[in-house]
Design a protein around this ligand. Sequence first.
Ligand code: ASP
Length: 439
Amino acid sequence: MSKVVKFGGSSLASAEQFQKVGKIIRAEAERRFVVPSAPGKRFSDDIKVTDMLYSCYDLAEAGKDFKAELQAIKARYDEIIAGLKLKLSLDEEFVTIEKNFKEKAGSNYAASRGEYLNGIIMANYLGFEFIDSATVIFFDENGEFDADKTDKVLSERLKGLKNAVVPGFYGALPDGRVKTFSRGGSDITGSIVAKAVKADVYENWTDASGVLIADPRIIDNPQGIEVITYRELRELSYMGFSVFHEDAISPVRKAGIPINIRNTNAPEEPGTWIVGSTCQKSKYVITGIAGKKGFCSVNIEKDMMNSEIGFGRRVLQAFEENGISFEHVPSGIDTMTVFVHQDEFMHKEQKVVAALNRLVKPDTIDIEADLALIAVVGRGMKATRGTAARIFSALAHNDINVKMIDQGSSELNIIIGVANEDFEQAIKAIYDIFVLTKI
Ligand code: ASP
């Protein structure tokens, strides 16, 4: 049995956190492959090492002096090394980094040093082999992740190794230059390593006890989710959940490896399991609630629209021509509404209206701004009567006007449109009815 364990930045922000991580890894021999992030925040207004590296490199790129900034980064690592009482010096590494910064090695290279150096410390601390991700994780000439090449080289490299540390977040382009994934990308590395070693579990250690049912900034102390499917998580991530990098799901999902989100500061808690499918019912009918503000609806009305073949296609063409993607398209007999992101749509509004007039000659076009979309997601909804009724009566009792309803054909979610100003209250009302009162 083998597990890949990825630790986020806050789990590795200080020597004290490293010690907790060391304890977790040593507690189970199956925790063989470790993927560290760069040191994160030690306290709320601290700065993540990745951000320090980006700003330090900006100075280097502008030809300004960056010594003090680089020294501050080195101090973060030296503090960890001293706290762990390791016989390790990063002096040589920092000489190389300084030289490469001066030679303008690029901001990807700069940011990647955060996990690279943390990986060296981690390997030294655990007595595991260190593997530079630039030698095992690859991107193609267009900068896209090269899954086939990576899987081949990485699985070969890790074969037969008892333990290893593979730093998160970066790999190499065909010409050898370092390239990073998008922010939060160490999750992706963890997933890639899990696939390469055919791990039984991908453990993702963070500073929260798993995925929560709703956003804790809106709901006080929301409950955690025990088991969630990849599809449910995808729906919720799309609508704003940010526990886990979206692109990290695909490698393990394809390989059928479950993800277990755990809390470094509370390792006794089981956390959340993210799985392909499950016969385990979620504790409540709904698995999670998420949402986003900042949408516009474009309501198009035309008498006898229903008999005009190609009407819908032409409506969407008006948006396509202007490079605007749509979110939802609820329709009636003589109306069709297109939900779009307000910030994307705002500047192109009149161009879209002109295109609609040209393409579909509507009777009226009515635009409404400042709307929010809320997704209520749950695999349990399919088999439960009255879910929609409960949502809408909860909203009605809270005096919230529902502007749009859309149930996905998989019956996995119900999307509701409300005014931006009703957003928080609507989420509270839905959480209340399903989780707190459970009626
Ligand atoms: N250190 C990188 C970031 O801050 C990647 C990661 O932590 O996953 O985005």
